[in-house]
Design a binder for this molecule. Structure first.
Ligand code: C2O
Ligand code: CU
Ligand code: CU
Length: 498
């Protein structure tokens, strides 16, 4: 640990990204002196509300190449949406008709998927809605859901991992009157702050290093440098006492266990699908790839505090073996970003005690239960890059794995039959977690979710209902949100049928 820290300091003083080579850089920043490194103002994605035209909110998005300077003078070739890296925060209201016009200015096909949204399958932006270079695809649908922090990203089969890594992702906010009435902090960039967490690795020439090893492909791509909204060593000047953070785990594979360095309490107010019934007091929160959380943090004048990752408690499972050990070895504490208050901290500090009642379903309404087992084949299958599947089958674009009758309430039981954790995501719907390993979910998981972390060997049951849209010819996806696993086939397809 000490040796690597010295190496880091030496590297940094040489001011070259060249020296940010493999030695667990991300793991060593949690040091007393690290605060001085965190001085790059947190970048804020542009807010894009589009324009209203013929009773439709039209939002123009363009996928294109760019160059980004993350650290030092070296530039990194990146990909972005209306910019060099990542995309704008799209902001719409419940009840609106939206038209997202996506133009692909890349030289390879891509897609843009609206993660967390209830919408027609043909508008989903999944692997079947490919946008060829130079083409524009319009995704038009009505916003049924209430206030929430959703997101969007590339979903090009076999290329999702690399395209998202290079920057094809952004946030998608929905507002509604019930949430407006709660007077939560909602001044974008002032007291309502997006935090897109990503980890990245670099080659000596400054370019991103993506999945260069067997380990990257097996475990998913873990980077060595933390970016928040594309900012390395991010620093945020806190303006208001009560600040809302909308956190997205936009990483390809890394699971975060977030806490403040002083272990202060914060209130979680929303999960993937929207507001919780009431704020939940927390000191740390686990976010797996694809998951979002909104939290309220109370700051005092003079605060200077780091948001960091603390290693997840080690789970000993007899089946963990080599992979489990590799995971554990990788899990070191590291700093993510710094919050420093301005001297004239202002604003109210009242946190509502009640939020909204999230949608729920009762088991007595359930029409059927489906089972999904997540598989990773070990040994030689793995070495060839195969073995990632669900119910023993790898993704097939021409196979429908499940047909769900429109409006039926279903339980999906997900079993992790592998030595590592996988975040399981279902398109087109939000669900409630019924139980995790037979036990009821924690208070902060008692909200609407579209992605749920299934630990090694664990069984999780979720309850949901597929509403509004049926189309027997156009599938939605369910998959592991570790993008390298998804690209390798840990994904399946379902259709909703009338
Ligand atoms: Cu976030 Cu199928 O995706
Ligand atoms: Cu999705
Ligand atoms: Cu996985």
């Amino acid at each position: 640990m000490h040796k690597t820290r010295r190496q880091f300091l030496k590297a940094a003083s040489a001011a070259g990204i060249r020296l940010l080579t493999p030695l667990g850089f991300i793991g060593i920043v949690s040091a007393d002196e690290s605060a001085s490194w965190f001085k790059n103002p947190l970048k804020l994605p542009a807010l894009q509300t589009g324009r209203i035209y013929n009773d439709e909110r039209v939002i123009d998005l363009s996928l294109g190449y760019g160059n980004s300077a993350f650290l030092g003078e070296r530039t990194t070739p990146t990909v972005g949406i209306n910019g060099a890296y990542l995309g704008p925060v799209i902001r719409v209201r419940q009840g609106e008709n939206v038209a997202l016009k996506v133009t692909n200015q890349l030289s390879e096909p891509s897609t843009l998927h609206w993660h967390g949204l209830n919408l027609p399958a043909a508008m989903d932006g999944g692997p079947h809605q490919v946008i060829d270079p130079g083409k524009t695809w319009t995704s038009a649908f009505k916003i049924h859901q209430g206030a929430s922090t959703q997101w969007y990203h590339s979903h090009m089969y076999h290329r999702t991992g690399i395209q998202v890594y290079y920057g094809l992702a952004g946030l998608f906010y929905i507002d509604d009157p019930r949430s407006d009435a709660l007077n939560l902090p909602s001044d974008y960039g002032i007291d309502d702050i997006p935090l897109v967490l990503q980890d990245r690795s670099f080659n000596e020439d400054g370019s991103f290093r993506y999945a260069s090893s067997m380990r990257d492909r097996m475990m998913g791509m873990m980077g060595q440098l933390m970016l928040v909204n594309g900012t390395a060593f991010a620093h945020f000047k806190v303006n208001k006492r009560l600040t809302r953070l909308r956190v997205l785990n936009g990483s390809n594979a890394r699971i975060y266990n977030l806490e403040f360095a002083d272990q202060r309490e914060f209130q979680q107010i929303a999960t993937d699908g929207g507001l919780l019934q009431r704020p939940v007091s927390m000191r740390s929160i686990v976010l797996a790839p694809g998951e979002r959380a909104e939290i309220l943090v109370l700051f005092s004048p003079g605060d200077d505090v780091m948001l960091r990752h603390k290693p997840l408690p080690k789970r000993s499972s007899p089946s963990m073996g080599m992979m489990g050990n590799m995971m554990a070895a990788n899990d070191q504490p590291f700093d993510i970003m710094r919050f420093e208050t301005t001297p004239d901290l202002s604003g109210p500090q009242k946190i509502p005690t009640q939020l909204i009642e999230p949608r729920s379903w009762s088991v007595s309404e359930v029409a059927r239960t489906r089972q999904f087992t997540l598989n990773m084949q070990m040994g030689m299958g793995m070495m060839r890059g195969g073995g990632f599947g669900i119910n023993g089958r790898s993704m097939d674009m021409d196979r429908i794995d499940a047909r769900v009758p429109l409006g039926d309430v279903e339980i999906w039981e997900i079993v992790n039959d592998s030595p590592m954790a996988h975040p399981f995501h279902i398109h087109n719907t939000q669900f409630r977690i019924l139980d995790r390993g037979g036990k009821p979910p924690q208070a902060n998981e008692l909200g609407l979710k579209d992605t749920v972390l299934i630990n090694a060997g664990e069984r999780v049951r979720v309850i949901t209902q597929f509403e509004h849209y049926a189309d027997a010819s156009s599938p939605y996806m369910f998959h592991c949100h570790i993008l390298e696993h998804e690209d390798a086939g840990m994904m399946g397809q379902f259709v909703v049928v009338a």
